[in-house]
Design a protein around this ligand. Structure first.
Ligand SMILES: [Zn+2]
Length: 233
């Protein structure tokens, strides 16, 4: 047997002693055999802590624990911390892909019942998604901070990565040129884009952003609402 094989065997045996109930055979006087279940060491430790806490209650008003009970409680808490640390260490050293890791995260988070803990993990996953998308398609987020010359809309709401975000209406899309996310007007050729630039410059000089538009929309201001979902399936 190789050394590695022996080590793996020893790991399995030690984990069985710590975590698994074992069934031991005992010879009876009548010549038969009785199988006794023997709880794992961790189960026995937990039982010692629970018994100690019951004795404390039964012992009167003062729910003091004996030194041995306190030692058992401290060791159980240490065992929980050690098990968590070994779990993290084992996962970190395991040779798995990031895809497998985040799938495992989803499986673990799926069992959580604290909404804040779930939301925290969700935000970390979304931040990773945004960072990768931003790097792969940097032009996707280039926008023009001016009102659309066609419809006058300056800002729109768009649904992005599960949240509604406000974004300029004029958006540079790398394969289509400049697109108004409100009215759909598109400026795609270099000549169109140059003409758009001049139109915007003229409009901003004549009609600065502070008072944006007059007319039917009046006090409604520059913000239009439109639901565009460019990326969500
Ligand atoms: Zn427009």
């Amino acid at each position: 047997m190789s050394e590695l094989h022996d080590l793996h065997d020893d790991v399995r045996q030690t984990v069985r002693d710590l975590a698994d109930t074992v069934h031991r055979a005992a010879d009876r006087d009548d010549g038969g055999v009785t199988i006794h279940p023997e709880p794992s060491l961790l189960a026995q430790l937990r039982e010692a802590v629970e018994t100690g806490s019951e004795n404390g209650k039964a012992g009167g008003r003062s729910s003091t624990r004996s030194p041995a009970d306190l030692a058992a409680l401290a060791l159980l808490q240490q065992a929980e911390r050690d098990a968590a640390a070994m779990h993290v260490q084992a996962l970190a050293q395991d040779t798995v892909t990031p895809e497998e890791r985040i799938r495992a995260v989803a499986g673990i988070v799926g069992r959580w019942t604290d909404p804040r803990a779930v939301a925290t993990m969700l935000e970390q996953l979304r931040a990773l998604k945004r960072a990768i998308r931003g790097l792969l398609d940097p032009q996707r987020h280039i926008t023009v901070a001016a009102a659309c010359p066609e419809c006058g809309t300056r800002m729109v709401w768009r649904h992005q990565d599960g949240e509604n975000v406000q974004t300029p209406a004029l958006s540079m899309e790398h394969d289509r040129g400049c697109v108004c996310l409100h009215c759909g007007e598109t400026w795609s050729t270099p000549q169109h884009l140059e003409s758009l630039r001049r139109t915007i410059e003229y409009a901003e000089r004549r009609d600065p952003p502070a008072r944006v538009r007059s007319g039917a929309e009046g006090a409604a201001g520059p913000v239009e609402s439109v639901d565009v979902s460019p990326d969500e399936e």
